[in-house]
Ligand binder design. Structure first.
Ligand code: F0G
Length: 454
């Protein structure tokens, strides 16, 4: 069958508010043309992020009722721990309230001046938490991963030659090696099992632990099943188990592939590091059997970890993202290829070549998508990355607009509506203008800056 049906039916519905283009124009003005400043009630299809926006299943909601809120030793923690160990049998499992809290703890313990942490591509919060300890955050993704048009099955792969070079020249400066699966900042592109295995081999040769930033581990595993020789007949669960067998630890935002709205963890095998991590957890998050979460959140994560490796779910997830990407491609809209796991990235600089990158083509496109159809997407370009620490501004490497797809939330007709909306925007693209920034904070300006259309 060609039609991708959602492998679930809807029992509880959340109404969407319909608005007119005229209303949306006034909401945009009130928000100073910053989509983060919109009220989400005024958004029809919210594709700002796939993080924390998943719909939970009946079993997860039932788990919420079962959550045990004991301060210490809650059975909900043990249920979560055993669901995670089924996939990733790390010795120490330390829950946190979300991914960046796990990053903060890990890098505070291993970072410091003069050190360097390599990754295929550090996600923003990972980079910020590494740099906060004055450690250098080094991106070593393979060259193919930097070309938005190039078709390659595993554009998230680590450049092993450059990693070897780093490990040979600065051995003592590297406390650990990270690998982000899938590579969010590089377009949601997967890392192959071979690359994970070879990265681990290099780590072993130099005596370094390998940590996975594993937010989208199940999506990565499904790409391995679809694209890597030798994996077509394996279950996603078996592939996930093999992935984690090569790692010495992981940081996780459960808001992605644990199918919950809040949660995360740090997991690792090193006893001494785990003891220090738990001490810091008690300072910043909470007691080690809840770590900043409620017992009910731990129950929902335990169930989410079982559901996310189901083949029908992953097939629907990966194919429905591809469905949106292929439709935009057919309309002649330039997108990053191949389509990643959790989002479609539009190349706004290529789509709107008449807008100077310093007038933010990505922001202009995202605003028009909202004006025309009430879709909220996210600029990932010069607004987000253009401003330097010394106050100067340069065009970012790319001007992208990310349409991130919340898990199990929208149906195919919602996606068809988005495609129709993008078709309209594409037809009028020559009339789109750039913007100026009229106010910005000293850092992370994309969240709060004010814009004025030219
Ligand atoms: N690592 C990756 C690869 C991520 O994509 C994210 C979050 C984090 C770490 C941090 O996790 O939000 O739970 O603290 N990504 C979200 C996004 C915010 O929209 O891509 P968190």
């Amino acid at each position: 069958m060609k039609t991708i049906i959602e492998p679930f039916r809807i029992k509880s519905v959340e109404p969407l508010t319909m608005t007119t283009e005229l209303e949306r124009e006034s909401f945009l003005k009130k928000a100073n043309y910053n989509l983060f400043a919109l009220k989400s009630d005024d958004v029809l299809i919210d594709m700002l992020t796939d993080s924390g926006t998943s719909a939970m299943s009946t079993k997860q909601w039932a788990g919420i009722q079962l959550g045990d809120e004991s301060y210490a030793g809650s059975p909900s923690f043990y249920r979560f721990e055993s669901a995670l160990k089924e996939l990733a049998p790390f010795k120490h499992i330390i829950p946190t309230h979300q991914g960046r809290a796990a990053e903060k703890i890990l890098f505070s313990l291993v970072g410091g001046p003069g050190k360097v942490i390599p990754n295929n591509t550090h996600f923003d919060t990972t980079r910020a938490n590494v740099e906060a300890t004055t450690t250098e955050a080094l991106d070593l993704v393979r060259q193919e991963g930097l070309d938005p048009r190039l078709e390659h099955p595993f554009k998230g792969n680590m450049d092993l030659a450059r990693l070897r070079d780093l490990l040979e020249t600065r051995t003592d400066d590297v406390p650990l090696v990270m690998l982000t699966i899938t590579n969010n900042s590089g377009g949601g592109q997967p890392v192959s099992m071979e690359n994970i295995r070879e990265t681990k081999k290099l780590c072993e040769e130099f005596g370094k632990p390998l940590f996975l930033d594993a937010c989208r581990f199940a999506e990565n595993a499904y790409f391995i099943k679809l694209r890597e020789p030798g994996y077509a007949d394996k279950t996603p669960k078996a592939i996930v188990q093999e992935i984690f067998s090569y790692a010495d630890g992981m940081t996780m935002s459960a808001k992605k592939d644990a199918l919950v709205n809040m949660g995360g963890w740090l997991a690792l095998n090193d006893d001494e590091l785990a003891m220090s991590a738990r001490n810091m957890l008690i300072l910043t998050e909470g007691f080690p059997t809840y770590g900043g979460l409620s017992g009910r959140d731990l129950e929902a994560m335990a169930v989410g970890l079982e559901e996310v490796v189901e083949e029908d779910y992953l097939n629907y997830r990966i194919r429905s993202t591809e469905y949106l990407g292929n439709a935009l491609d057919k309309l002649g809209i330039p997108i990053m290829k191949p389509v990643g796991g959790h989002a479609v990235y539009i190349d706004a600089r290529a789509m709107l070549p008449h807008i100077n990158p310093l007038n933010y083509p990505g922001q202009s496109l995202a605003i028009e998508m909202y004006r025309v159809g009430g879709i909220r997407a996210c600029e990932i370009g010069t607004v987000m990355f253009g401003k330097q620490a010394d106050g100067k501004e340069f065009p970012a490497a790319m001007d992208l607009v990310r349409m991130a797809i919340p898990r199990r939330v929208y149906t195919q007709s919602h996606i068809d509506y988005c495609i129709e909306c993008l078709d309209l925007v594409n037809q009028k693209k020559a009339s789109l203008t750039g913007l100026n920034i009229t106010w910005e904070p000293p850092m992370l300006r994309h969240f709060t800056a004010h814009f004025n259309p030219l």
